[in-house]
Write a protein that binds this ligand. Sequence first.
Ligand code: GDP
Length: 442
Amino acid sequence: MNRPIIALATPPLNSALALLRVSGDGVFSIADELFSKRVSGIKERRILVGYLSDEGKRIDQVVLLVYPNPRSITGEDMLEICCHGSMLIVDEIVRAFLSRGASYATRGEFTARAFYNGKMDLIEAEAVNDLINATTQEGKNLALLSLSGNTSKMVAPLKEKIASLLALLEVNIDYPEYTDLEEANDKTIGEKASALRKELSALIERGEEGKIIREGISIALVGVPNAGKSSILNALLEQEKAIVSPVPGTTRDVVEGEISLHGVPVRILDTAGIRETKDQIEGLGVERSKRAIEEADLVVLIVDASKGMGGGEREILTASKGKRTIVCYNKSDLINNKDDGRLYVCAAKKEIKPLEEAIFSSLSLSPSSFVSPSFSNARELGLLRQIDSKLQEVQEGAEEGLMSDLLSVPLQEAYNLSRRLLGEEPTQDLSEEIFSRFCVGK
Ligand code: GDP
């Protein structure tokens, strides 16, 4: 179904120009009724300047970008209408198309059509969304790499290798008499599965780094009252020129602010907001800290260097067991001797660089992950992990000496999962893969 759809591609605000997109069967003939020049019959991409009118009433002078199928992003006949940026004009244009059988596009429908018409695979389609939602230059660059198909190119060899292994297994089940074939003994199968898993784990690791670069992390700045949490928060927010936005709490608890550390978005969760009365101080501080710790990826415990660690700090450390934690001694100006190996800052003098560096290095991001394509969204990473667990079944099964036909079940699942990663249909019939490799049964 390629019914015509229309959507405003620019924000719904009055501005100099606005861009509308129209795609689907029959959009050129609708344009013929509305536009001052003929659009039907155009076979090459073309830019036209003219007037849009509806039932004799002129709407606007516009630039019309004409993309005949398949030479459009959706793969369908498509138009982009660049009109003056008044919402009244936009409304009139949309109504003119709606009254001629177009409907308003749903979210992502243009990209969905591009996917269904084979213009991009699922990984590239997802990259469109990542690109639009990127908040840092680094995140945007990674999305662009995926959009240009670089990420998809990494799945194809993986899928191929799984297919080869499967073919080896199947052929040995079906044609044991073919002695010239590489023998699918347990050892080779186990070794090949293990080699594939090594490749997968590199992909997963890179994907996780990419996810951090695109989506960032959240940190809980915790500590007993008066340790200097607010002062450090302020210093972090001031120091960093690249404040993305103060993020209001949405589904998460309150977030105090977001900074960009070497291009990685870092959300700082609030624990310093409430000013407690003296008596409640310790308890409340610890309670609020625990809540933030639960939500955070990384815990930063601020300790007053002039007082050292006390019961409150120890309680917080217990609560943050299992989370990556940085202990940071503040108020270094109040002490004379610094202990080796401790991280000192002085929020009062805005000397907090060491803390920023410690946060950044705790992410263990390799420099290459800022410029390499990776599978970094939840769907892709989830599928990679599922493929790995299927290959683990194969590897362990082979090591235990399971029959080949038992091993082929998880291997087929791994193959179909790698197809899903690219948005391809799962396949029941693998004979094509097998015969294309071995020419068996000629
Ligand atoms: P919070 O309760 O943990 O948020 O702590 P605040 O940031 O409100 O700081 C508590 C007190 O410590 C305030 O009086 C700050 O001025 C002071 N303070 C914060 N950082 C420093 C520092 O580096 N050196 C000194 N001498 N005082 C500091």
